[in-house]
Design a protein around this ligand. Structure first.
Ligand code: ADP
Ligand code: MG
Length: 400
């Protein structure tokens, strides 16, 4: 069980204390406007709670990839307005992360005020996790809060280094994420099903290798299922398939067998000759009947029904990767259907469901089940590294 300090381990009254808070405010932008405020909303509870408890809240964030230099288009001042909107509060922009400008700005802040420091990645010490750079920042804080799980797979000064220099706490979003992930893989209720889909085996090899040792059911869908089918001697036609990885796929199947993990591959699939919406050549067939000029673009309805039955016997589901090319109808059918089954089982209380991954989050939103899944991680790279069983440096540094 992960043990880390949270905001509950701080004295309730934080009046005048300086909180250095690492957040993920790397908001997607178009024409100078933030197009999605999800990340800002996720960290708002931590910021507002610390401010309510009287702290001077100093936000540390990266924005874009300035590679260790000041970059006129990547100042965090561009996201100030968006954050103010989400918090419904004015905040002060501070054009440095250390030094006299920061000291003077903090003097101006009153208890409960919020300051937004400049993009941490303007300084090479950030990504290098340079101790002197981290010490410069740490000098402006009484304690450190990390609320950026999505950046926790990187050992940077603001995500890892600071935790060694100041008393360190997980923010509310970090806490929620760690608790949800722990309930899904570290201490899950068995039986556990892992559903791994998406385009390619090569991008998720480490995930598959780790999962077969952890779960009772491994469901493989999406383009990556084709490589496993090919490994089993199925002719997958023109499907997306990594033929050079069939040996690896066989090794994973053998490892699963040894570990007592049942691997579920589809036995029917949805195919077409062209990759387009509702193509004329669309048909559903057994995996052994795919023609040489056809592509597998989704798993079939029989497979979906069987997988629904598997989920009904499970207590925990961890899901990364869509089952088909869900952006193009009707190849979204399997993903939508299984998402609804998982959501219904979760609502009934028989399944704990945790999902993550950029396209997976989009697919679940498309299925309209975002509110019913137990936890959806928007952390991308950090979520996948967690699924690989890796220790995330930003999380490790928070351990008690
Ligand atoms: P995530 O972002 O959730 O980790 P991935 O990026 O690994 O997921 O995979 C998502 C992509 O996989 C989607 O763009 C989807 O269209 C594609 N995909 C899924 N199944 C297939 C398939 N059978 N053939 C081609 N592409 C597929
Ligand atoms: Mg993706």
């Amino acid at each position: 069980m992960t043990t880390f300090k949270t905001l509950d381990d701080l004295p309730h009254d934080l009046t005048g204390q300086r909180a250095l808070v690492r957040v993920d405010l790397n908001l997607p932008m178009a024409d100078g406007e933030a197009t999605d405020l999800t990340r800002a909303r996720a960290v708002a509870p931590t910021i507002l709670e610390l401010a309510d408890r009287g702290a001077k809240v100093l936000l540390l964030a990266h924005f874009g990839r300035p590679k260790g230099k000041r970059h006129s288009t990547m100042s965090t001042s561009f996201i100030q307005g968006a954050i103010e909107g989400v918090l419904d509060k004015e905040i002060m922009f501070i054009s440095e992360v250390a030094g006299p400008v920061v000291t003077q700005s903090i003097d101006i802040l009153r208890a409960g005020d919020i300051g937004l420091l400049e993009n941490t990645r303007f300084w090479p010490g950030e990504e290098a996790n340079d101790t002197e750079f981290a010490k410069g920042i740490a000098a402006h804080g009484d304690f450190y809060v990390n609320d950026a799980f999505s950046a926790a797979h990187r050992a940077h000064a603001s995500t890892e280094g600071l935790a060694h220099l100041l008393p360190a706490y997980a923010g509310r979003a970090m806490q929620k994420e760690l608790e949800a992930l722990s309930a899904a893989l570290d201490n899950p209720m068995p039986p556990v099903a892992a559903l791994v889909g998406g385009a390619k085996v090569s991008s998720k090899l480490a995930v598959l290798e780790h999962l077969v040792t952890k779960v009772q059911h491994l469901i493989i869908g999406g383009g990556m299922a084709n490589t496993f089918l090919a490994a089993n001697g199925v002719d997958v036609g023109k499907s997306l398939c990594e033929h050079d990885l069939t040996g690896t796929a066989t090794a994973i199947l053998e490892a699963a067998d040894k570990a007592g993990c049942t691997v579920h591959l589809p036995y029917d699939v949805v195919v077409s000759k062209e990759f387009a919406a509702n193509p004329p050549s669309l048909r559903t067939c057994n995996v052994h009947e795919v023609a040489e000029d056809e592509m597998i673009l989704d798993i079939g309805p029989q497979a979906v029904e069987a997988l629904g039955d598997v989920l009904k016997t499970c207590k925990t589901l961890v899901w990364n990767g869509p089952l088909g090319a869900f952006e193009t109808p009707p190849f979204d059918a399997a993903t939508m259907s299984l998402a609804k089954t998982a959501a219904a089982l979760t609502s009934e209380g028989s399944l704990v469901s945790v999902a993550g991954g950029g396209d997976t989050v989009a697919a679940l939103a498309q299925a309209g089940v975002t509110g019913e899944v137990t936890y959806i991680s928007t952390a991308g790279g950090a979520f996948l590294e967690w699924m690989e069983g890796k220790e995330l440096p930003g999380v490790a540094a928070l351990q008690k």
